[in-house]
Design a protein around this ligand. Sequence first.
Ligand SMILES: NC(=O)c1ccc[n+]([C@@H]2O[C@H](COP(=O)([O-])OP(=O)(O)OC[C@H]3O[C@@H](n4cnc5c(N)ncnc54)[C@H](O)[C@@H]3O)[C@@H](O)[C@H]2O)c1
Length: 255
Amino acid sequence: MARLAGKVALITGIGGGMGRAAALRFAAEGATVVGCDIVPEGAEETVRLVREAGGEIESFAPVQLSDAAEAAAWVDRAAEVYGGFDILYNNASAPRFGPVDELSVEDWDFVMANELSLVFYATRAAWPHLKARGGGVVLNVGSIAGTRGVEFMPQNAHGTAKAGVINLTQQLAVEGGPHHIRAVCVSPGFTVTPSTAWLVESGPQPFKDNISRIPLGRVGQPDDIVNAALFLASDEASWVTGVNLVVDGGGSVLG
Ligand SMILES: NC(=O)c1ccc[n+]([C@@H]2O[C@H](COP(=O)([O-])OP(=O)(O)OC[C@H]3O[C@@H](n4cnc5c(N)ncnc54)[C@H](O)[C@@H]3O)[C@@H](O)[C@H]2O)c1
């Protein structure tokens, strides 16, 4: 029996990386996937790959999720076309980095809009649909950056936004409980995707030192994260809410 049979899953940022892996896996597990991305070409390629594999998927792109009205329009259209949905998987995000005295206010605001507010916008729009459905799952993507500082990356804004995503998940779990809406978060450690692959090749030495100490001896692949997300989104996790599941090969437990 497919683990997401009969479910409709909205996934943000399906244009590449973990979003594409999630679309492929969720569809393979029986979900009808409704994706979106700001970059239409990447989303179209994901649609092609999912359909080629026999999965059900629709994509609306471009969608600028950091615009509350656009995010809501995507969510509402998905609900209208599919008669509701069961899962909102808030995967998309776009960071910017810089030392705290060099990061511009514009860059800070960009990160808050594209890593934190977009989660709120899509969730806010999804909430009435999930309540009407009698329950569902909001699955957020945090990061180990949300619970620590590092010396190899000036991730002040990024880490702050991800800390916000982790805490928002906890509050959503409380507010969602009476409506049978679960809110869960998966926090990846370093994972090789199109936006991070360069770090493995030419990242700074402190970064290389950091990943060389991962207890399980390797960096993450998108499917490592999606496997955890799949469990959390499925009915196997029906008594799991408010958690932040760290998937990082053990890297963040090092002192
Ligand atoms: N890769 C890692 O090492 C890592 C580590 C921890 C957390 N994460 C988190 O995992 C998630 C996926 O990461 P990834 O590496 O696959 O990212 P990615 O950059 O490869 O893909 C993100 C996708 O989201 C889309 N997107 C970004 N902003 C958008 C917006 N405003 N509206 C619509 N679409 C938008 C992008 O176009 C892209 O297709 C992100 O939330 C990221 O912060 C990644």
